[in-house]
Design a protein around this ligand. Sequence first.
Ligand code: FAD
Ligand code: FES
Ligand code: FES
Length: 1374
Amino acid sequence: MGSLKSEEELEQMEEDASKEAILYVNGSRKVLPDGLAHVTLLEYLRGIGLTGTKLGCGEGGCGACTVMVSHYNKSLSKCSHYAINACLAPLYSVEGMHVITVEGLGNRVHGLHPVQESLARAHGSQCGFCTPGFIMSMYALLRSSESSPSEEKIDECLSGNLCRCTGYRPILDAFHVFAKTDDSLYGPQPSSSSVGESNFVCPSTGKPCSCRSGSLVDSETTRESICCGQKYEAISYSKVDGKLFTDKEFIFPPELLLRKMSYLSLSGFSGLKWYRPLRLKQVLELKSRYPDAKLLVGNTEVGIEMRLKRMHYPVLISTMHVPELNVLNVKDDGVEIGAAVRLSDLLTVFRKVVTERAYHETSTCKAFIEQLKWFAGTQIKNVASVGGNICTASPISDLNPLWMASRAKFRVIDSKGNLRIVSAENFFLGYRKVDLASGEILLSVFLPWSRKLEYVKEFKQAHRRDDDIAIVNAGMRVFLEKKDGDLVVADASIVYGGVAPLSVAARQTKEFLIGKTWNQELLQGALKVLRSDIIIKEDAPGGMVEFRRSLTLSFFFKFFLWVSHEMDGMDGMRSIKEEIPLSQLSAIKPLQRPSVIGCQDYEIVKRGIAVGSPEVHLSSRLQVTGEAEYADDTPLPPNGLNAALVLSRKPHARIISIDASGVKSSPGFAGIFLANDIPGKNKVGPVIYDEEVFASEFVSCVGQAIGIVVADTQENAKLAARKVHVEYEELPAVLSIEDAIKAKSFHPNTEKFLGKGDVDLCFQSGECYKVIQGEVQVGGQEHFYLEPHSTVIWTVDGGNEVHMVSSTQAPQKHQKYVCDVLGLPMSKVVCRTKRIGGGFGGKETRSANLAAAASVPSYLLNRPVKITLDRDIDMMTTGQRHSFLGKYKVGFTKEGKVLALDLEIYNNAGNSLDLSLSILERAMFHSDNVYEIPNIRINGAVCFTNFPSNTAFRGFGGPQGMLIAENWIQRIAVELKKSPEEIREMNFQGEGSLLHYGHQLQHCTLDQLWNALKGSCNFLNARKEADQFNLQNRWKKRGVAMVPTKFGISFTTKLLNQAGALVHVYTDGTVLVTHGGVEMGQGLHTKVAQVAASSFNIPLSSVFISDTSTDKVPNASPTAASASSDMYGAAVLDACEQIKARMEPIASQKNFSSFAELARACYAERIDLSAHGFHIVPEIGFDWKMGKGNPFRYFTYGGAYAEVELDTLTGDFHTTAANVFLDLGYSINPAIDVGQIEGAFVQGLGWVALEELKWGDAAHKWIPPGCLYTCGPGSYKIPSVNDVPLKFSVSLLKGHPNVKAIHSSKAVGEPPFFLASSVFFAIKDAIIAARADAGFTDWFPLDNPATPERIRMACLDEFTAPFIGSNFRPKLSV
Ligand SMILES: Cc1cc2nc3c(=O)[nH]c(=O)nc-3n(C[C@H](O)[C@H](O)[C@H](O)COP(=O)(O)OP(=O)(O)OC[C@H]3O[C@@H](n4cnc5c(N)ncnc54)[C@H](O)[C@@H]3O)c2cc1C
Ligand code: FES
Ligand code: FES
């Protein structure tokens, strides 16, 4: 410690450094060895077997890795508990703390913790991969709350957790139970007879209500209606706040209470040095020794830079515990904030200050509070620091514009202890460059109180409200003084983020404002100056130039109105508000966002003991405890290796050479394998073999596998893979559907035709009142299953057999691909899948390529190999939902009856065919949605492009086909000045309708559904209310829409419509079922078990479904097409019936006291108690040559109503209500079906309004060609808790059994997805109202997704006018 002044201190540091580093995990003491500075807490936890904590993204964006840390603050004598993302926390950052993981709560053996119990019972866990993260966020909130938290707080604490399955409603319901204040209402529930309606607490909402329903009666077929939630016992808050449960909760380890925190000097991989000083002096000393050392607090920036951007920082200094950097002093003139202060602490102090100080003094604090509300998720705010945000100097930092605007001063200190003060306005010098010399650090920030007549306001517009970085943000301040009865600007500061490489002040605007009277004239003048003050270059990184420029004006306009509103009524001043029409004030009216209210309405029609009952997902109790195992949780067998892929960096190129010389000396390296190492065939594919496992001569997309590297650890494998040098000769690439059409770049034999009537004759006949033409672009969508692709593969018997555990929807495909690649017979290769953390189609085929690649090193080295994709690699390489282009020509009558449709439809398949032809075909089948079209001609083609192969995704092309149809329906309505709903109804198909592919509709329930939906939302009234609202509000608009759907059930490839099952009855009366379907959260195993339980008339708990395995049920089709419950349910029923038939002679001899007794009696009589069941879907088949047939067994019908409210100035929107109606016949499990509907709807909402894939193409020149920019949760935004419809009602049509499927049920997985387009059309409806105010009444295209950019730019007004014309169309990768 050479230059340290005090010898004493030096000795102390040395003594401290010799102490062992420790950590408590779930009450158990762990000594942390040296050498792990590069390891994250998540890697450590999973490494010691605590696999309940999941890796979903590794970048702080999904919350799957959430754990709680407890830390004792000696100076405050207080223990704090908070949730953090273990994936970003360096292991040593939690030294001396107590980490509680999901395993530290309850478990299957010892019982569930109330938070776990509540989530399981409320159907809040489907695939379960996100579940431990949600549990830990909620648990941390409860542990840190002194009284029961409010619903708002609960919603807020979940902002950093993503779920792709549930649609969040059941999670919110489960957790809102803990927001109650009256414990007496929540104790164990009294028997139903003693409970009056009035004091019943609805377990669904956690609030007293009158929805209690009677108890169920088990009989052959019983029916009962359930509204508003299911039955589960609510949990008392006192059970979780630690008072009653202290014996069950982990206490803070006494050793950590007594222990003195010590200076740490540790090391990591590749010479990495890690220091944890405890004094400022020590920090400065280290800084003088290592001037370029990185200071570290939350690691939320450095962690990303090191992992994702591969930046190398050899010395890290954690300043988390340095008291001088953690000051938070409220002074007379302002607040002093230490650079290491965590954002959550800053928020707490600001919230306190605004209640204690004069209103005018805290204008800045209020602006920070509001801005921090939308800053990252809770877990990030719990660790991220003020100084970390400032010193990163990100151009989109949410706080830096505010520091700059609010006259903050930064105190900077150098390694010699010299202090200087820099104003925030002058601190930022360039892209991620600040005014800190080498050896200097930021010590603290001083934020002055705002003065009388000084107003500070924050602004932010992101893709998604919760946990997203800004597209544009701003901090604005104006200081006014009174002059001659007017208010004149004495000082001002207008600062923007997201418009330049750094946060920038609009200096000319400031100059313009100073000295001007605060009135309309000032506004108009300032807007004019701003236009030239803030310029964004055409090719600026991030794109959306016009949107960003419009936002700069919109924000200022809002600021002007807000200030005018704030100062209204000032003594003796003319009211500026009077100059502003009331309707204009809508620009600053915030939407009151109450907590989500969910309502579920269905009838229970029981068939036997279990079928029809709203049973909880059978794995939910394992999922909420983190005990449920996924592929990546499978321990790597002894001698195992980890693998990483060598990936193409060019969209289209010839491989000139592959230089692997640098790889061999890489640490832990064990082998590299390329195309010519493959023992069997290199060509694979689900339909035709048109893609290579490893590219041999050419690459045809970025992210294509060229080879695979194996090493001892995952990090070493990735490091080695990066060292492979590939030389390319670049070739022209096709990077959009339009390019493909121009170049006639289609996959061979994929041009398809369907037709009915005579379209040309109709157009020429003069029958049509109008014929319109248009184009619909439909964007793609990433699956974003929370569990990335993963496979563990190993050889058995010296390589004679190969076994694998894979995260796949199609184990059989894994088996087949691996056999082909290794040249083995299928009988020697086994693939098992217990469950997967979501698939949605993304693991139907693409996962098999990964297994095939991993099989090569495993087989050739005769060693186990594991490969789990990082989130960015997963997104970049494994394909998405297809983007589509539809070119339509529609003729219709004066009333709106459709007479003819001529449609060209194209999908973007990427570089291999995969399932793209079937997806195109389904889109063609669904291009009529529910409409009677007498003359129709559809031509389709599958485009070859140089992108990774696109693949199946919930709906499989159906939603794209239907969305194109709804676009032209909506256009007809505009042309005829009618409502789209009227046009829809007028053209409905009905019983007996003959579809354009020869299929005749039977049992069509469209009318019943539509009428029920219309009644439920009182559509006419809703329409009127929206119109009224729109008249009164210039800058907020409401829109409403109702959209129907008809979804065909069956694989359109006939041979896939077969299913096998294996049922064993054991002598203890339990039943083991195995079938070919995979459990991916959709509740397939639960429904199938219900079928078996009802068949044998045994409790559901007696039926067990283990994993899906190719050696138990052969040749299974992928779990897809929504048809698995129908098919596997029927196959299992077949097996059960066979066994029952064999048991019958014994059963009829006497009354057995139990099924176990009967089973034993049968066993004694040597009766085979095992059966293989089989099912084929009857009466289907389609002949593409004729273009006629019955591709579907039946249709699932549905309808949805949505209501939205837009902020037309920013493009922000809320779905204020959604009602969804589905006809699911007699549901096998209505609770699971409701979960599927809600999940599909919210996923669909992401598709239509949030999720945008940005590829390096002609539309996005700032992205390297063929590369995916949106390759993680940081840049790709799936819906979060905040996006759930505020009133979310789901109803199942009652009284319509389906005669075509098992137990009269209907398939549910895919059909509701499209119904989210009601949100899209409600948005469009609201935009129409906004445009009308600006005098634009013509039809306009709106591409999906309707992101804030598209919404805002379609709402033409004076703020967009300087930048765009009326036909502007934001760019979209299609
Ligand atoms: C999922 C996610 C969401 C995010 N959302 C947002 C958001 O909504 N808005 C937003 O603005 N940002 C966001 N960020 C960025 C980031 O969280 C913030 O910038 C955060 O405040 C950084 O703080 P930290 O303590 O984690 O920084 P660290 O990563 O620990 O450090 C960041 C940098 O600051 C330097 N540094 C730290 N302290 C000092 C000091 N005292 N003197 C000199 N240099 C210092 C470090 O050396 C390093 O270069 C997000 C990040 C993630 C991962
Ligand atoms: S894995 Fe940590 S936030 Fe996603
Ligand atoms: S249950 Fe949430 S991601 Fe699957």
